[in-house]
Each structure stands twice: as C-alpha cells, then as structure tokens.
Design a protein around this ligand. Structure first.
Ligand SMILES: NCc1[nH]cc(CCC(=O)O)c1CC(=O)O
Length: 322
C-alpha cells in the first residue's frame, strides 16, 4: 500500500476546511490517501493585529515544515502568500477558485445601502477600510481581527457590538455559513484582494512525482487570474502595505479566452481612489498585471503607496496585509 501523502495545515476551521477539501479532491482524482498534519504558526499564537504581523507569519511555519520534509504538501489561501519567490518550493496547483468577492454580514438582514448613518462596520484589511471610506457613506469603520467565526460573532453573537462586518465571501462559504451573508459586494464598490478566494497547493520543487500528481488539481483560468492579480501587486508593492485591490475575470470572448483585470490603489482614508482596468489573453496574464500596475503608478498610485505612515513596522517582507 502507498504511504499517505502528508498535507500540512493550520488548525483554524478555515484552514482545516480548505485542506480537507483539497485532500478529498486529490484522493478522488488519484486514489492516493492523504493525511492532515496540523502545524501551529506564530500568527496563531499572537494577538497582534494582522496588519502589524503581516500574514506571512501564517505561511512560514508551513513552508518550513515542507522544506524540512515533515510534510509533503501544503494548502494556502493564495492571498496570504508573500509575492516573492520562495526557494525550493513550487505551487503545483491552483484549484478552481471560489467566488472572490467580499461579503457584508449585517444585523437585521441589511444591505450596505440600508445601513443607518453612523453604523459601525468592522473589518481588518486596510484595502477594505479604504474602500469603505471611499464610499462616502456615514460609516464608522472599526478595525477588527480574528478568525471568521470570531468576526461573525461581532454582529451575530450575544455580545454583538457592530452593525456589520465585511469579509471574504470564500471564507464564509468554506465554513458553510453563506446563509449569514446579507450582501455580496459588487467589485465596483469593493474590489477584492489579489488572489482572494483562490488556494495554492505547494510542494517541494524537486519532488517531481508529486509536482506531476498535483497538476490534476490545477485549473488554468483560475491560475491565469491569480497570476495577473499578483503580478499587479508585486509591481506596486515596493515594500509597502498601502491598500491594493485587484480582480481578474477570465471568460470566453469573440476571439478565444479573454482576461479582464481591474486594479485599484486607495488611500486608507478613502480620499484618493485610483481604479483602472485592462484586457488581454490569459497567456499574457503576468504582463497585463505589470502593465496595469505601471498605469496605476503613472496616475498617481506612487504617491499613495509612498506615504510612509501606511507601512507598519515588520510589514516590509510580507505582501498582503489581508
Ligand atoms: N484575511 C485572512 C484570510 N485569508 C483567506 C481568507 C479567506 C478567503 C480567501 O481564501 O481568500 C481570509 C478571511 C478574510 O479575508 O475574510
């Protein structure tokens, strides 16, 4: 009998759901048994706000375990991965992406437009804070952190203290709680984070049998979309944590597959808001992302990104602040 593949995962409900989903898909496609191995990360142990820690802390323990050979593969929320290359590891599959949009969970089933003036809306990511401010509504934006259940309890629990929270629809869906969503936010208003809703299945680059095996889980349109969004982020990043949003859609056009990429850079107070888009073919995903980033910079994104007060200590080496 073949030894089970060891899939390293964080212990959070979200990570377990994602890892379990990939493990099942892999077994279904290849017949190989997969065992989940829980890895505790620095991020799980800390109570610091995520925008200070950088989400890279959730990732590095899994990558260390992969490098050390303690596990064979790891499943990450793609948007949590730093944009830089990680030596010796390879993203062998990007499975079909979930709905990448953000979601509102509000009291009394309210939508964004129905929130009362002064409503307290909780969210963690600077990207969401900035876009909530940019709406120009009379909202009180409250920075929050914690896992998806904790954030939902700020609205739904017995100790609820907020009128609404904004979070990734995919995370809520993976926990089976889509019924709690009162509005899925239009990307025109709330452009998602680069790679939101996508997973990355990673293994050692020299584990060629596994690289080949995991390819069955790869979904080309999802990979192209994520490639465009992350190329945009990487180009803009330059060691800064200002709010960057990007969303690529891949669809069948008149002349074959087309990719439509939207990108935005918004100042945290919402007063400066630069949004642009670009289309092309999925094969050119990375170039489209870089080109759109360059256009954003040319339209003034550099002056938003360059403001040092937006780069918290310790955030330099981490891409996403989601
Ligand atoms: N911020 C952390 C995080 N990382 C991945 C997800 C779930 C959604 C996804 O896979 O993109 C979430 C929760 C959220 O942003 O609400």
């Amino acid at each position: 009998m073949t030894a089970p593949l060891r899939l390293g995962t964080r212990g959070s409900a979200l990570a377990m759901a994602q890892s379990g989903h990939v493990a099942d898909a892999l077994t279904a496609a290849t017949g190989r048994p997969v065992e989940l191995v829980e890895i505790v990360t620095t991020g799980d142990r800390s109570s610091e706000p995520v925008h200070r820690l950088g989400v890279g802390v959730f990732v590095s323990a899994l990558r260390d375990a992969l490098t050390a050979g303690e596990i064979d593969l790891a499943v990450h929320s793609y948007k949590d991965l730093p944009t830089g290359e990680y030596g010796g590891l390879h993203i062998a599959a990007v499975p079909p992406r979930q709905d990448p949009r953000d979601a509102l969970v509000a009291r009394d089933g309210r939508t964004l437009a129905e929130l009362p003036s002064g409503a307290a809306v909780g969210t963690g990511a600077l990207r969401r804070i900035a876009q909530l401010h940019a709406l120009g509504m009379q909202l009180t934006v409250v920075p929050i952190r914690g896992n998806v259940d904790t954030r939902l309890s700020r609205v739904l629990g017995p100790d609820a203290d907020l009128d609404a929270v904004v979070l990734a629809r995919a995370g809520v869906a993976r926990l089976g709680r889509t019924d709690e969503i009162t509005e899925t936010l239009d990307p025109m208003l709330m452009l998602p984070a680069p790679a939101q809703g996508a997973l990355a299945v990673e293994c050692r680059a020299d584990d060629s049998d596994l690289v080949e095996l995991l390819a069955v889980l790869d979904h080309a349109p999802s990979r192209a979309a994520v490639t465009a969004e992350r190329a945009l982020l990487a180009t803009l990043e330059a060691g800064c944590s200002a709010p960057v949003a990007a969303y690529a859609e891949v669809a069948e056009g008149d002349t074959g597959e087309e990719i439509y990429l939207r990108g935005a850079v918004i100042s945290p107070d919402g007063t400066r808001d630069i949004r642009l888009s670009r289309t092309g073919t999925p094969a050119d995903a990375a170039e489209i992302g870089k080109a759109l980033a360059a256009e954003l910079l040319a339209r003034g994104a550099d002056s938003i990104l360059g403001q040092p007060e937006h780069a918290g200590p310790g955030t330099q080496q981490f891409g996403s602040t989601e």
